[in-house]
Design a protein around this ligand. Sequence first.
Ligand SMILES: C=CC1=C(C)c2cc3[nH]c(cc4nc(cc5[nH]c(cc1n2)c(C)c5CCC(=O)O)C(CCC(=O)O)=C4C)c(C)c3C=C
Ligand SMILES: [Fe+2]
Ligand SMILES: [Fe+2]
Length: 363
Amino acid sequence: MLDAKSTDGSAMFTAEDAARPVHAGADHPRVPVAKIGVLVANLGTPDGYDYWSMRRYLNEFLSDRRVIDYSPWIWQPLLQGVILSKRPFSSGAAYKSIWNEEEGESPLMTITKAQTAKLTQRLKAEYGDRVEVDFCMRYGNPSTASRVRRMVKEGCQKILFFPLYPQYAGATTATANDEFFRSLLKEKWQPAARTAPAYFDRPTYIDALAKSVERVWGAMHEKPELLIASYHGVPRRYLMEGDPYHCQCQKTTRLLRERLGWPEDRLITTFQSRFGPEEWLKPYTVEEVARQARENGVRRIAVMAPAFSADCIETLEEINEEIRESFEEAGGEQFTYIPCLNDDDDHIEALAEVVRENLAGWI
Ligand SMILES: C=CC1=C(C)c2cc3[nH]c(cc4nc(cc5[nH]c(cc1n2)c(C)c5CCC(=O)O)C(CCC(=O)O)=C4C)c(C)c3C=C
Ligand SMILES: [Fe+2]
Ligand SMILES: [Fe+2]
């Protein structure tokens, strides 16, 4: 039996609310049964790896001033003239090498769908039909606005928006939230809204990461000498301007190392995916794996990517192809990529815990 009042005294959403009949008539719009929406969000991905799909996606992504903060007067001519005439080809070829041809979509899309299905199953088992779970993307499809619209139409009078980035960054979490709030601008009946914060320091998330390492370690005869936690980079300037992403990445590695009970030098932090001429967070993964092989004689290495909740182009292509190559060319012999948490049950439980905590007082 659920309480009728939340801790702050406001009315709570009970099982009886979900069962109330729909109000409808010729002189009145249909009023759907009141529900709570949980909308998870990821970065987005192109609809295809052809030139125009790539160009559309990259244009939307790289025009976002939370991602690239140069003045549009300088940046847009460069983007439209130089970058978007070349990068759709090179990035398109990279996407082609990892594409899920069976489903006709990128791995990020396939995995996000699987995560959403499992999270739905878990939350429906706890809350029943009072909760609607869905996913959206910041760039491309399904757009945030389309999924907010659908939730409102289905009766979601409250929406918890959950960006699937373990660490906060202006270029990911904040822009996803911006887009969510922009979507609410269009709603006549605006739902109450919450955003879920970064979850990098939650024991359940750290534990899920640790188990993914232990599974790989347990299955290997010759264990890697070194584990690299490779995070997506951002310009170093963003750190100096107050973005906490760098610190949250470092802390993720420390918590993971403590949970594994490893010494400092067996697990290190690096940053990948540098873009443009500016200095980004260092050390760069592609250089560090080569340096470890060349200068420290490391022959067996493992790489994981804790900034990504799902495998994507940056992990499957950049880490498992480009960064592997860099290590092997420098004399490395055994390169192991540890997949992202994706739809692992431990990961889904960690995400469900974030949802549960952030629904407090609502349900
Ligand atoms: C140019 C600046 C970029 C910043 C800053 C940036 C930050 C950032 N990105 C992610 C997560 C992902 N990025 C992905 C792809 C991707 N990222 C950039 C550029 C920046 N990212 C580009 C141009 C691309 C597209 C691919 C390419 O052309 O290289 C993806 C994968 C999407 C997919 O479809 O697989 C993810 C996920 C984080 C976490 C982050 C900063 C914290
Ligand atoms: Fe990125
Ligand atoms: Fe820091």
